[in-house]
Design a protein around this ligand. Structure first.
Ligand code: HEC
Length: 163
């Protein structure tokens, strides 16, 4: 009899622990802002990560930084910005794969060209590659039906990063 009670108690404890460990509906994050089951939480995170727009807000900023870095002949900073543009766009395309095809020329031709110009530390070559890069921003905007986002060479510097 004693053994049976012991076994019963033990199995109750095991069940309790198992249930507790699998409480996937428990809210997560500060003040439990992530609610629902595991999938609902992932959906909320995906929504918060946003789509291609945020990749473009970041790209727009880095495009300006890249330009002024080139003007300053701050080649290390220019290289840093070119790399981050690549990361921003690739991550954006991972979230919105339907846009990937339109970005192929930008990623495979225009970005490597700006990389080469930066490595050459030649301002004239950089200016030329930057113009080609801009043309590729515009080409993708046309393909993706947002031609009204007209990107032009920056005229005023907003960045606090100067040489
Ligand atoms: C996939 C091809 C693609 C490439 C390459 C691309 N863009 Fe875009 N861009 C878009 C799309 C699509 C939008 C609109 C996003 C949306 O509707 O969610 C956009 C929007 C923008 C916006 C507006 C962002 C906002 O919401 O305020 C800016 C700024 C921008 N792009 C700058 C650039 C610059 C600068 C480059 C080149 C360095 C570039 N884009 C390259 C597709 C592209």
């Amino acid at each position: 009899m004693k053994t049976i009670i012991k076994m019963l108690c033990l199995s109750m404890v095991v069940i309790l622990f198992a249930c507790n460990g699998r409480d996937e509906n428990k809210a997560s994050g500060t003040d439990g802002w992530l609610k629902g089951d595991e999938n609902q939480k992932l959906e909320t995170i995906a929504k918060q990560l946003r789509g291609f727009d945020m990749a473009m807000v970041e790209t727009g900023y880095r495009y300006q930084e890249l330009y002024w870095a080139g003007k300053d002949e701050n080649w290390e900073y220019a290289s840093y910005q070119a790399e981050k543009i690549k990361v921003a766009i690739e991550n954006g395309l991972e979230r919105r794969p339907k846009r990937a095809e339109s970005a192929q020329n930008f990623l495979n031709v225009a970005l490597p060209e700006i990389d080469r110009a930066i490595a050459s530390k030649d301002t004239a070559q950089f200016t030329q590659a930057f113009a080609a890069l801009t043309a590729n921003c515009l080409a993708c905007h046309a393909l993706e039906k947002v031609a009204y986002v007209t990107v032009k060479t920056p005229v005023e510097r907003q960045s606090p990063v100067r040489k």
